[in-house]
Design a binder for this molecule. Structure first.
Ligand code: SAH
Length: 244
């Protein structure tokens, strides 16, 4: 189950933080590390600070965008010290986040996403997430070092996994009942945008409206079956328009 829990580091500046994050992961049984466009990798500093977790560093996959890192995930939780304006579901308690993450990881990959040392995650990157989480900390000094934030959330995840309820041992759910992957949701939102423009509801691409609708569907957590129902509805609206 822990193999389905991925740690994603976005554009890490200091390679030492990659090594220290790998070490934090390994102590908590996590091994799937994905690096989005790191400044400097591979690097001897990353291996040095991994201190015994070089296997996690060596196994890390490097990708170009956050979308590439999480397209197969059903839940993507962005870690952020600051509240942003995006109305995504937000966990104030890492413990509650970890329980949900571990339950979702029973059937599918899920991800915890960490931002850059200097300026965290951009709004576009937060839009790739389904949820946000903050680690409660000193209101006057609440930003943790990147690898320490990884350690705290990896620990919460490990704890939730150890304490997971019996019901998590159930047989895998049929695919139609599971939550859609980010890629399936992206296709749905692209379809919705096409229909909104073709119908004249939007006269040009409107990022804010689209972001609000993305957040709405994130909160609703439709199953794959429900999402394909919505896709069918959109297709029939398109066809009835084409017929007129
Ligand atoms: N200066 C950046 C923070 C960088 S810290 C900013 O203001 O956004 C690097 C990363 O560690 C953050 O992007 C976030 O993913 C994680 N992090 C640090 N402190 C955190 C906290 N209190 N809660 C959740 N994530 C945190």
């Amino acid at each position: 189950m822990l193999t389905n829990i991925r740690i994603v580091l976005v554009q890490t500046y200091h390679p030492g933080n990659i090594g220290a994050s790998a070490r934090a992961m390994k102590t908590m049984g996590l091994t799937d590390l994905v690096l989005v466009n790191p400044r400097c990798f591979p690097d001897s500093e990353a291996s040095r600070l991994a201190a015994g977790a070089e296997d996690v560093v060596d196994g890390a996959r490097v990708v170009k965008t956050l979308q590439d890192a999480v397209s197969d995930c059903v839940q993507v939780v962005g870690a952020s010290a600051r509240l942003r304006s995006l109305p995504l579901p937000h966990f104030d308690e890492p413990e509650a986040m970890a329980r949900e993450l571990v339950a979702n990881a029973a059937d599918n990959p899920v991800a915890l996403v960490f931002g850059r040392e200097r300026f965290g995650l951009t709004n576009d990157e937060i839009r790739c997430c389904s949820h946000q989480v903050s680690i409660p900390a000193n209101p006057d000094y609440g930003i943790l070092n990147l690898s320490q934030a990884v350690q705290v959330l990896a620990y919460e995840t490990f704890k939730a996994w150890r304490q997971r309820p019996e019901s998590d041992y159930r047989p895998a759910r049929p695919a139609a009942d599971r939550q859609p992957t980010r890629e399936q949701l992206d296709h749905f939102h692209a379809h919705l945008s096409r229909v909104m423009q073709a119908s004249g509801f939007l006269t040009q691409p409107h990022a804010r409206t689209e972001a609000q609708l993305q957040a709405l569907f994130s909160r609703a957590q439709p199953s794959r079956k429900e999402l394909s129902l919505l896709r069918g509805l959109l297709s029939s609206l398109e066809e009835s328009r084409d017929g007129n």
